[in-house]
Design a protein around this ligand. Structure first.
Ligand code: HEM
Length: 530
């Protein structure tokens, strides 16, 4: 008892304790001094706790947008972190030499604590080498089944909505279906084997649930700063990878392992026989030397990076469209015109990516949806390089000291009045993309909204896949069906985990659009009623 009571007085304890506290306080004061010229709420400058609480609240994206409205384009949100709504600063921190991905976030999101994938790699040189091995597989140049794979999944989605919900007048959880769709697409193009969630309209192996659980656990670890616990090898169960008995993420890992191993074997056999291997994503990666564990971890990255992001975008765009009758009507008018004029095929054929890209209003809806509801938020952090960096923000030079972390506030950036004007930035109005006559302003708007896919060497590799999915599916959803939100007062349950929108219970009523005797001319009973 005595020993414990007098512990702080014993020199062997007191000296290191005082030194540790002293170093901590010195560092805090130095940071406070270094960032004194940047605005931000006092409590957030002094302690990291408010930032942790903001992340845990699931509403960090809106809170930081609020800060930007109050303090301007850069704001201190923790002793060593600033958030920015300046497109120039964010673009610069993705291109200017020396900026790198911050470990506090990217180390935490490794699937396996020992191994990086392209997304988590904080060593810029290693990242760039890996990216070179993968870029052609993602681009579609060496992935000749991409178009057909997406088309098959779109047909399955339409069939599911029609047969199980529209025909039976049953309310449908749209968020579940968009997630099933993006998981099916990415497993098909990533593995060459579809998870088939749309076929059965269920998730028997709980992939969806496990993706959400994985995001939730990692989110809490990042927010509380305890991600390093994953690095203690004895903590956390080592998953037993058994395809038959597992469910969820472990099943996904097991399936990934066996699929990739089988494909590697096939690849080497075909190579030794001199025959042409399949032309898909996995083959493209293997041709560029990505094999074994590296191939497995990159393959898994696709599923995680390619499902919640795109389904978040779908849900946001659908919510904004279903609550904006003039936009809803304008999109259906463009779709009907496109079909009537032969710019789009008649049903049951599915529109192609090339055809959908050419539909101006559809593309404007997607840009505006991504602007109003950015699918990725806040945490893609960058470290300021050694020597610091002097940047121009709102016309003034600002010095950012070395080691400070910069995070993007896409919500605020996508509503930056210097880019979009100060009339209606907070309003969903796809027309802004079509009406803008000043070419340099339009270019700045496009550049800005595209930052939501990252930038420079870290630009999203799946961007064209996501745009393809969004364009084709939105066209077909509005061509075939009419939509109502079941509960406009609470349209969904929503939170943000690891910067991604996690949406459930987005209940909608869906009806087949009424067709005239020519069958292809469709009139909307919902939107045409007075
Ligand atoms: C609307 C949908 C999507 C959005 C908004 C989005 C956004 C982003 C963003 C912001 C980054 C950069 C993150 C950072 O700098 O740390 C990124 C990276 C990445 N995304 Fe996406 N993404 C989407 C869909 C997809 C899809 C469908 C795939 C896969 C098919 C994918 C694969 C990747 C990969 C592999 C990276 C890492 C790139 C690198 O570090 O070189 N994304 N994405």
């Amino acid at each position: 008892m005595d020993t414990i009571a007098y512990l702080p007085l014993r020199p062997w304890f007191a000296v290191p304790a005082i030194l540790t506290i002293g170093v901590f306080l010195f560092r805090r004061l130095r940071l406070l001094f270094q960032l004194r010229h940047i605005k931000g709420p006092l409590l957030w400058r002094l302690s990291g706790i408010p930032h942790s609480l903001a992340l845990l609240s699931g509403n960090c994206h809106n809170l930081y947008a609020e800060f930007h409205r109050k303090y301007g384009d850069i704001v201190v949100v923790s002793p060593s972190m600033i958030t920015t709504s300046s497109p120039d600063l964010w673009a610069r921190s993705n291109t200017y030499p020396g900026y790198k991905k911050s470990q506090w976030f990217y180390r935490a999101v490794r699937f396996d604590w020992r191994e990086d994938n392209l997304f988590t790699q904080t060593d810029t040189e290693k990242h760039d080498l890996r990216r070179k091995q993968m870029i052609r597989g993602y681009s579609g140049v060496e992935n000749l089944t991409l178009e057909a794979d997406v088309e098959v999944c779109v047909a399955k989605l339409l069939n599911l909505i029609r047969s199980r919900y529209a025909d039976q007048r049953k309310a449908m959880d749209l968020a579940q279906k968009t997630h099933f769709f993006t998981i099916d697409v990415i497993s098909m193009i990533g593995f060459g084997k579809c998870y088939n969630l749309l076929d059965g309209d269920e998730d028997p192996d709980e992939y969806r649930k496990s993706l959400h659980q994985g995001l939730a656990v990692t989110h809490r670890q990042v927010a509380l700063g305890i991600w390093w616990m994953n690095w203690i090898p004895f903590i956390g169960p080592k998953p037993k990878l058994d395809i038959d008995s597992n469910k969820g993420f472990c099943k996904m890992l097991a399936l990934n392992k066996s699929m990739v191993e089988a494909r590697e074997k096939e690849f080497h056999e075909q190579k030794s026989l001199g025959s042409v291997p399949r032309q898909d994503m996995l083959t493209s990666f293997m041709k560029r030397g990505l094999l074994g564990d590296e191939l497995k971890t990159e393959n898994l990255l696709q599923i995680v990076a390619g499902s919640d992001t795109t389904s978040g975008a779908f849900n946001g765009i659908m919510l904004f469209m279903l609550t904006n009758p003039p936009c809803y009507k304008a999109l259906q008018a463009e779709i009907d015109d496109a079909v009537a004029s032969g710019k789009a095929p008649r049903a049951p054929e599915v529109i192609t990516w090339a055809q959908a890209k050419a539909l101006e209003y559809l593309q404007a809806v997607i840009m505006e949806g991504l602007r109003m509801f950015p699918p990725v938020n806040n945490q893609n952090s960058r470290d300021v390089p050694p020597g610091g960096d002097t940047v121009i923000v709102e016309g003034e030079e600002v010095f950012l000291p070395h080691g400070i972390k910069v995070i993007p506030s896409y919500v605020a950036m996508h509503r930056n009045k210097n880019v979009y004007g100060d009339v209606d930035v907070d309003v969903f109005r796809p027309e802004r993309w079509l009406e803008e006559t000043d070419e340099s302003r339009l270019a700045a708007m496009k550049h800005e909204v595209n930052l939501g896919f990252g930038h420079g060497r870290w630009l999203c590799l799946g961007k064209s896949i996501a745009m393809r999915e969004l364009s084709i599916v939105l066209f077909e959803l509005f061509r075939h069906f009419d939509w109502k939100i079941v509960n406009p007062e609470k349209p969904w349950k929503h939170t943000v985990l690891m910067g991604l929108h996690s949406v459930t219970d987005m209940w909608v009523q869906v009806e087949e659009r009424v067709r005239s005797e020519h069958h292809q001319d469709i009139k909307s009973p919902i939107m045409d009623s007075p």
